[in-house]
Design a binder for this molecule. Sequence first.
Ligand code: 5AD
Ligand code: SF4
Length: 525
Amino acid sequence: MSIVLESLYLRINPARYHYLKFILEAYDGLCLLSTVPEIAGCVCIRYPKEQAKKLYNLLSSLAASLNSNCIQKTPMSSKLFFIKTFGCQMNERDSEIMAQLLYEKEYIETSESDDADLIILNTCSIRAKAEQKVMSLLGVLRKHKKRKPGLKICVAGCVAQQEGKRIIERMPHVDLVIGTQNIYELAELLEKQDKPSALTSLADDYKIPAFIPNLKTRNKTDKQPVIFKKFLTIMQGCNNYCTYCVVPFTRGREISREADHILKEAYALVQGGVKEITLLGQNVNSYGRTNTVSKNDSNYTFSKLLRAVAEVPGVKRLRFTTSNPKDLSDDLMRCFEDVEILCPHFHLPVQSGSNKILSRMNRKYTREQYLEQVAALRSYCPEIAITTDMIVGFPGETDTDFQETMSLLEEVYYHGSYSFKYSDRPGTRSKTFDDKIEESVKSERLRIFQTRQDEICLEHNQSYIGKTLPIMIEKTGKKSLVGRAGTNHLVHLPDTVYDCNPGDILKAEIIHAGHHSLRGCLQDI
Ligand code: 5AD
Ligand code: SF4
């Protein structure tokens, strides 16, 4: 027999959440409680219809101690959804889009997967480990669905695109597999779907739909309702076919969004209170190369777009990610000198220090060309922090090749890096290379690289001690603040009582440096 559930929203003192949960659980065990991410201090209670009277009596007797008021009784048809996002910022952004589309169809987001009527896994397949995580979570959800037969499970993102209907064949408890170009169809698919299905079409002439984010629909933490920074997608897909990389297969051909749509979105973000924008794409440097992006200018490049977004009144900080050195123009590097709000941080993935390996990776630049770019960037912006991605143990990487990676680390002296052991991915060219490196050798190389990078990070961080930096505040506590420097360093401001909001920029003197963050104290207050 199915139980008809009703739901209500209750705004309570957040400190009383666990108290309320405890009481509700003791209350015949029939009420479900979850926090509601989009409304600060709000919880959603779901209860069997016939228990409504008892529940209202209980809540009214608790009202004073909870400091609560009921703000909305939701329609009976509204369903709860839960999204788990793996991988990169592209996926974060796609999750936001899916959440907004579901809100428009009367779904409500919950932070508790147990309460959800719909669970979406937005997946990543960049390395084998990421894919294994998704598969094991899907295994766990099989049991969950046995307990809750009405539950719908949807797999989105790169594993969905890569595996398509094979996921449903292997895991019949999955209801919907939705590809990276199909997320805008999610809500309709859920509505009309009557049996498990997979929609994973990848079109070469795909047009990224115009989409204005509704900043009220999604915010993960109840205590920090201010959305002050956002990613803004400018392109999707990749044409580079680096031999190790699955992205061209999971995200399709490189398509740039229309400049006009991007600028409209930037205006909307600022109007909604956003202060920092990060322009997002797999290889932003080649924006506008493969399709027309502006009616007025057939040669609209990434640096033109960057300068146009910087002109949007109210944007205080601008960043972008990610770049392929092969497409890095002098004009873009010059932006670090003359676009005032562009943060002095450049993530410039190099992947290897050996020309032989770079060529086998199909990266289309040499170590020498890369070093020239680093020198040019530092001449335009001496304080710039350069970070990178590095792969160790690519097929055929000898000790000498690895030494070249280590010597590149010494030459560039990166402020930070993400480093990975090479991992075989389906469909890639390097998967077919037969000179694979043993796992133990890869692990040892990774350890050596990361140990040295950590030392260099600390050295860089210590060089900030005594300097005063503008910090954009990210979190405000009663007696402390946390913010970020333009260089992307996290800066803790403990023992600081100051009335400010996330997104405000304050000056702080750096007084201590750790491997991964700085500590400072506020100036001029
Ligand atoms: N193996 C290991 N690392 C990889 N990356 C991409 N593909 C692989 C792979 N097959 C890394 C690259 C890339 C980052 C996002 O992930 O360094 O820049
Ligand atoms: Fe992958 Fe290379 Fe494209 Fe980056 S540039 S997404 S590493 S194929």
